[in-house]
Write a protein of this length. Structure first.
Length: 186
C-alpha cells in the first residue's frame, strides 16, 4: 500500500465484491503460501471462498507452497480485460475433511470445472483417497487493488522444468512453405 492511501477496512463491500468477481471470472488464481513463489492454480468460487483440489497424482501440485490447515496465504487475481494483476488478498487455508458436508459441496462444484478428468464418474472417490481439497477463506482487506498497486515488479524466475525450447526450423522449410502457397488447387 502506498503512503498516501488511508488504512482500508476488511469489511468494505466494494473490496468484497471486487474479490468475488475477480475470483469468479478468472480460470486461474495465483496462490503464494509461506513457502516458495506464487503458483497458478485452477479453482472455483464457492460459498464465499476459493476452493481448489490438488496434491494427487493426476491433479495440480500444491507441494512447495506450504498450504497447511489454519495457515495463511495470499491469492492474486488478474483482470479479465487487461490480463494484468487486479487484486491480491490474504486468505486463511482450511483443509476440508473428505466426506464432510463442506467437502462434498466443494467437490460437487470442483467436479464441474475439472477438465479432461480420466475418471469423471468416480473423481470424488479418487479425490477423497489421494488429494487434498482446500478452502481459501478471505482473511482481510486486499493489499493490492486498483488505486493501491506497488510500483515494483512481481516477476519471478521460471520454475525448473524438463521441457525444452523447440529447435530452430530447418533451413529449407520456408522454401517448402512458400512453394505450396503459389500452387493452385487441382
Amino acid at each position: 500500500m502506498t503512503a498516501q492511501q488511508p488504512p482500508h477496512e476488511p469489511t468494505d463491500l466494494a473490496d468484497r465484491a471486487l474479490v468475488e468477481e475477480a475470483a469468479k471470472k478468472s480460470g486461474l488464481l495465483w496462490v503464494r503460501g509461506p513457502e516458495g513463489p506464487s503458483r497458478a492454480l485452477w479453482h472455483v468460487w464457492h460459498e464465499g471462498a476459493v476452493c481448489l483440489v490438488g496434491d494427487g497424482p493426476q491433479e495440480q501440485p500444491l507441494d512447495g507452497l506450504g498450504l497447511t490447515d489454519g495457515g495463511a496465504a495470499t491469492v492474486t487475481a488478474r483482470s479479465k480485460d487487461k490480463g494484468g494483476r487486479l487484486v491480491a488478498w490474504p486468505v486463511r487455508v482450511v483443509e476440508l475433511t473428505p466426506g464432510g458436508e463442506r467437502w462434498t459441496a466443494a467437490v460437487d462444484e470442483l467436479k464441474g470445472k475439472r477438465l479432461n478428468a480420466p475418471d469423471a464418474d468416480t473423481i470424488a472417490d479418487r479425490w477423497a483417497r489421494e488429494c487434498r481439497v482446500l478452502r481459501l477463506e478471505t482473511a482481510g482487506a486486499p493489499g493490492e487493488r486498483p488505486g493501491a498497486m506497488p510500483d515494483a515488479s512481481h516477476a519471478a524466475a521460471p520454475r525448473p522444468t524438463a521441457a525444452t525450447t523447440r529447435r530452430p526450423a530447418p533451413a529449407g522449410l520456408p522454401r517448402l512453405l512458400f512453394r505450396r502457397k503459389g500452387r493452385t488447387p487441382r
